[in-house]
Design a protein around this ligand. Sequence first.
Ligand SMILES: Cc1cc2nc3c(=O)[nH]c(=O)nc-3n(C[C@H](O)[C@H](O)[C@H](O)COP(=O)(O)OP(=O)(O)OC[C@H]3O[C@@H](n4cnc5c(N)ncnc54)[C@H](O)[C@@H]3O)c2cc1C
Length: 394
Amino acid sequence: MDFTLSTEEKEVRDWVRTFVRREIIPLEPDVLRRERAGQPGLTLSDLAGLQAKAREAGFWGVQTPAEYGGMGLSAVMTALLEVELGRSFVPFRFGGAADNILFHANDDQKRRYLLPTIEGERLSCFAITEPGAGSDARNIRTQAYQDGTDWVITGEKTFITGGNEADFTMVFAVTDKAALNSPGAADGGVTCFLVDRDMGWKSEPIPTMGEWGPAALVFDHVRVPSENILGEVGRGFELAMQWIGRGRYLLPARAIGACERLVEMGIEHARSRVTFGEPIANRQAIQWMIADSAVEIEALRWLVLHAAWQVDAGMDSRQAQSMAKLYGGVKANEIVDRVLQIHGGMGYTRELPVERWYRELRLLRIYEGTDEIQRRTIARNLIKGHISVSGALG
Ligand SMILES: Cc1cc2nc3c(=O)[nH]c(=O)nc-3n(C[C@H](O)[C@H](O)[C@H](O)COP(=O)(O)OP(=O)(O)OC[C@H]3O[C@@H](n4cnc5c(N)ncnc54)[C@H](O)[C@@H]3O)c2cc1C
């Protein structure tokens, strides 16, 4: 079994590592200062400037296929890059990306939605969650009925990332209630619509404990032409699952970088902080926190890379992805808590980014499938005998 990276993988990874060190980490004090003043840490134009710099070096559309001008990198390579980006809390992402389900668009929709999204001229958001339906996404109530060649959408979505800034949304609505409720046809009845903001939906920011507030979206008889249906009528749920499943390994990958950086901060503080005549690094209580964190980061790294490897190999990676997402969410939260503890009172202040990471990492246990939903998936696969507890190697 060979765990080494190829020369090319190392080169790409190292370029991003250097970019993060030179271009992103120096922005941290300013980002913290702005966030404390209630402003976005990174404005859209700051982000575009950084993305343009990365683009000059060829880093554009990391997972976007080459035919759309992207790099078309593998899942493993993308996970390695996410680890590097995760080493800073500055909300940077490479440009040139579009939601995976937009690639299902027809030629006209590609021209109007996909290509401008890749170019960064349009901003999308993915809207399935509702006040009454989160984990239980099949319970959505937003409805669309047909009126001539148009569809009319009414309902409310909540917690939509990017919903405050997006100029169009991929919204999921019930178009056939009977199909939705009939046994054996659980995936029918829901349709995905591409809806421009100027077609009439409204957004309202939702304050959260994190720095990037999602939005509530309100559709009050919003009229949408049939040509804005993404995919087929009644096949929206499959698209939604494809969007959610696009890369569950990427969220914990980013958390690996955050945890590495946090533990480095913990070690540095433990070396220099003296109590009762000795650095706290000499105390077993502190050493155990550092040791446990390092072991867990290493375990998480291999869970994430293994899930990504399964994606690249075209295997059914859902179990591996759920495991990586669950373990990443739980352990990242334990690790940031330990690092905060090592810093004592300073860890609790806003002088250091530890409390910021503490707030941000908490989300990992909730969105794109809560801990409990991942456990449900993992246990079901085992109990139904789809997968053995011995894992992919059998
Ligand atoms: C900051 C943020 C950004 C988000 N971005 C988006 C977005 O862009 N687009 C979008 O559509 N949604 C988005 N979401 C919604 C997110 O995916 C949901 O919040 C999440 O799926 C959980 O749904 P819920 O909040 O309704 O909780 P619920 O489903 O009501 O769950 C409440 C609790 O019950 C548990 N639970 C539920 N069912 C079971 C069960 N069967 N067994 C055991 N326990 C169970 C859950 O794990 C949880 O602990 C976002 C949420 C947040 C907070």
